[in-house]
Design a protein around this ligand. Structure first.
Ligand code: ZN
Length: 239
């Protein structure tokens, strides 16, 4: 056994202590070739299967008079209290961006033969405000985008940035104003896109669609001839 492979094994063992190599859903130990999920949980995953549809449950939430969403894909339905929601929660709040990257990679691999990524020039993650980034340590959407990039060869472009828009209530203290501020999006200073390009905006979960629409709007305003498609891991069920 070479030094390199024994070192890798040692690192795997060490990581195994921190993050035991078990299924994220049912905690069964994973066997060789399985990643994140055991085979059964992978089969049972509530996949949306919508990536080839021209008008999807995602498009419904992204209808707008000023921006047109081309293609839309979401890996799985995201029900509250469903164990599969844990995948995204673990990636996001438990400091494990590896999960986001791996899921992005897997999903892109699953759907790339359908033509979903054909003609797409850049993968743009929904940006995270720098203070949030500082407290969380990573932007999960960037990791999803990098996973998709690895599977498709399409470059990631951090063309968007997030700012905070404060509410106008001046009676509130600075901290309260901060808490009540909502994220708004703009173009990164060095953003560039190919003429008449097609971009894929990536986020972890589609809920109301407001975030993706806001990002799509920024791209459309700056690059009117650009086409915009979207991809998320989770698609919530609104009740
Ligand atoms: Zn399992």
């Amino acid at each position: 056994m070479g030094l390199k492979s024994s070192l890798r094994e040692w690192i795997d063992d060490l990581l195994g202590v921190i993050y035991p190599n078990v299924c994220e859903i049912c905690n069964t130990p994973l066997v060789r070739g399985e990643k994140l999920l055991c085979t059964q949980c992978r089969i049972d995953m509530p996949r949306t299967g919508i990536h080839t549809d021209s008008f999807t449950v995602m498009h419904q939430r992204l209808v707008s008079t000023d921006v047109n969403i081309c293609r839309a894909a979401g890996y799985f339905y995201y029900y509250r209290d469903n164990p599969y929601a844990r995948l995204i929660q673990n990636a996001k709040y438990n400091g494990r961006p590896y999960i986001a990257r791996q899921l992005g990679y897997e999903y892109a691999n699953e759907i790339k033969d359908s033509g979903f990524f054909d003609g797409i020039d850049a993968i743009i993650p929904v940006p995270m405000h720098k203070l949030k980034l500082w407290s969380r340590g990573f932007n999960q959407s960037l990791h999803i985008a990098e996973g998709i990039s690895k599977a498709t060869g399409i470059a990631v472009s951090e063309a968007l940035r997030a700012t905070r828009r404060h509410s106008s209530q001046t009676t509130k203290g600075a901290y309260e104003r901060w808490l009540n501020a909502t994220e708004s999006y703009g173009l990164a200073p060095d953003a560039s896109l190919p003429e008449a390009g097609h971009v894929l905006i990536v986020d972890d979960v589609l809920t109301t669609g407001a975030t993706l629409l806001a990002c799509a709007r920024v791209i459309s305003e700056a690059f009117p001839s650009a086409r915009v498609s979207v991809l998320t891991l989770g698609v919530t069920h609104l009740r």
